[in-house]
Design a protein around this ligand. Structure first.
Ligand code: HEM
Length: 514
């Protein structure tokens, strides 16, 4: 049988498909990037990345673990298109369309991911075009756990605006006479507890943050049962956010998968987490509600007291669950981030604090705090989603793309901060070294976020950090452990999660001494 007609038809169809595909690519003009598929390991230049979880890359060499934000910066500016193209070619669905760029594009787990690597692009998208970049991506597991109303992960809309307004009105700098005494009191407690047992400083600092945030939210500190619940709920939150861990996050249809069917364990786990989360949200909330009903004049200041009383006064009873949900968001939003700052502070403090203590100059404290935020932003990647398809510098940002703003790349931009990998508070003090300038951008302008979703707790966070640092400096000297040798910033390890904490450091001080 003559097979030529079949071959000609096949070749024509194949050719047509290829040119259609190429035309689609050209039309889309996505930013430079690569397509990432499941279960693959990809080599890009020196990077050897485990792609099952974008957040868990490894690198060989150097020996240290490289974080995703570092890799994205490298993709954007160090590894040129040549390197990317070379490796991308061996990868069937990969492509690259232009030289290094402020924004790069990846496809991971079937989703478009656009990473924004410089301040100019971040400013343009998150501030000037904030109407399109103020939402967050869907995380179906959070919904299964009943956390869809958490302020941090909520889509942009009326409910979120009401919640942010409540936080802002309660905790703005203007209202500091209401909330500052609570933080000051908790800080004095911290110093007293540290005097009692300086060796336990890490747990005590965590307790400081947990305690002042619970007092500010519900008017009462942590009790043992609630502390246990808080630990449980935090752990569930971290588990839910592990990238690539839950199929339901990549295939939302699985939300409807029955819990009794094979593979339905995730539904049972989510149900258990939901129960703990409801208890965490409503136990303290209902207590304040009861107090307001039975003895309204005596209830101490708190976020719930203030906003619930106002809702009742104004007859807006349907805002009650916004108050409850927003209150529950404050703990997780505040504690993890603050804990990280404190941990970093302790680590860095083994090198720097004795100098500071000697000088006792407040501009140095200010510079130290700026440098802590710059050296390792606690939220290295802001997570947003594009509500509609958009164009940036001729590139398409697809609708619903995850938009990750690489804050770490911004705080490590060599043009703004010389030697960005060095910890140098002096860079923010004029005259201390030749490269310093008081005009260097304050990293807190972006480490607390950019645009409409910027952290509403930044005023409190800054006050709490400042009080704790100056309080500890004034009362203690911090020394590195003799046995562990010289301090080295290279020893510090950070976690690769959304909120990046210090995970280990060989040269952590053994203790504080009064
Ligand atoms: C050093 C401490 C802190 C840092 C570095 C920090 C940083 C951040 C960042 C980067 C975001 C995301 C912003 C964005 O997407 O643009 C955020 C959101 C948020 N933070 Fe903070 N935060 C800190 C402490 C606090 C505290 C103490 C509170 C509560 C009193 C708080 C409450 C929140 C809330 C509710 C959100 C969600 C806002 C939204 O999505 O609209 N944070 N924070």
């Amino acid at each position: 049988m003559n097979s030529w007609p079949a071959i000609i038809i096949l070749t024509t169809v194949w050719g047509l498909m290829l040119s259609l595909h190429a035309a689609r690519r050209r039309r889309r003009r996505l930013p430079p990037g690569i397509v990432i598929s499941y279960s693959s390991r990809l080599r890009v230049g020196c990077l050897n990345i485990d792609l099952i979880g974008l957040q868990r890359p490894t690198i060989t060499p150097p020996k240290a673990q490289t974080m995703p934000w570092e890799i994205y910066k490298k993709w954007s500016d160090t590894c040129g298109a040549q390197t990317l193209r070379h490796h991308a070619l061996s990868f069937s669905r990969s492509y690259i369309s232009a030289l290094g760029s402020a924004i790069i594009h990846l496809i991971a787990h079937q989703s478009d991911v656009v990473v924004v690597n410089n301040l100019e692009a971040a400013h343009e998208l998150l501030e000037i075009r904030s109407h399109n970049y103020s939402s967050r991506p869907d995380i179906p597991m959070m919904e299964l756990m009943g956390r869809q109303d958490n302020v941090v992960i909520q889509k942009y809309g009326k409910r979120l605006r009401v919640a942010r307004q409540m936080i802002h009105e309660t905790f703005s700098g203007r209202k500091s006479s209401e909330w500052l005494p609570v933080v000051e009191k908790e800080c004095s407690e911290l110093l007293l507890r540290l005097l009692d047992d300086p060796t336990d400083f890490r747990r005590l600092i965590q307790r400081y943050v947990g305690s002042f945030i619970t007092c500010l939210t519900y008017g009462q500190g942590l009790d043992v049962d609630y502390l246990r619940l808080v630990d449980q709920v935090s752990e569930h939150g971290s588990q839910a956010a592990v990238p690539g861990r839950w199929w339901v996050n990549s295939y939302p249809i699985l939300k409807y998968y029955p819990s009794w069917a094979p593979g339905g364990e995730f539904q049972r786990w989510a149900r258990h987490a939901r129960k703990a989360f409801n208890e965490f949200t409503f136990t303290p909330f209902n207590r304040v509600k009861q107090e307001l009903l039975f003895s309204p004049g005596t209830v101490p200041f708190s976020f719930v007291q203030k906003n619930l009383a106002r809702a009742v006064e104004e007859g807006e009873f349907n805002t009650e669950n916004v108050v409850a949900g927003t209150a529950a968001s404050l703990y997780s939003a505040a504690v993890d981030t603050e804990k990280a700052v404190e941990e970093i502070r302790q680590v860095i403090g083994t090198e720097r604090l004795p100098n500071m203590g000697d000088s006792g100059e407040l501009p140095y404290v200010e510079a130290l705090i700026k440098e802590l935020h710059r050296y390792h932003p606690i939220v290295p990647l802001l997570t947003r989603s594009a509500s509609e398809a958009d164009q940036y510098q001729g590139y398409l940002i697809p609708k619903n793309a995850w938009v990750l703003v690489n804050i770490w790349a911004i705080t490590h931009n060599e043009e703004e901060y010389d030697n960005p990998t060095q910890f140098e508070p002096e860079r923010f003090i004029q005259g201390i070294n030749t490269r310093s300038s008081p005009n260097k951008k304050d990293p807190r302008d972006f480490t607390f976020g950019i645009g409409r979703r910027r952290c509403p707790g930044s005023t409190i966070a800054n006050a709490a950090i400042y009080l704790a640092i100056t309080g500890v400096l004034a009362s203690f000297s911090i020394k590195a452990s003799d046995t562990k040798g010289k301090d080295s910033l290279e020893d510090i390890k950070f976690s690769g999660s959304t909120i990046s904490l210090v995970t280990s450091c060989l040269s952590l001080p053994d203790q504080l001494s009064a």
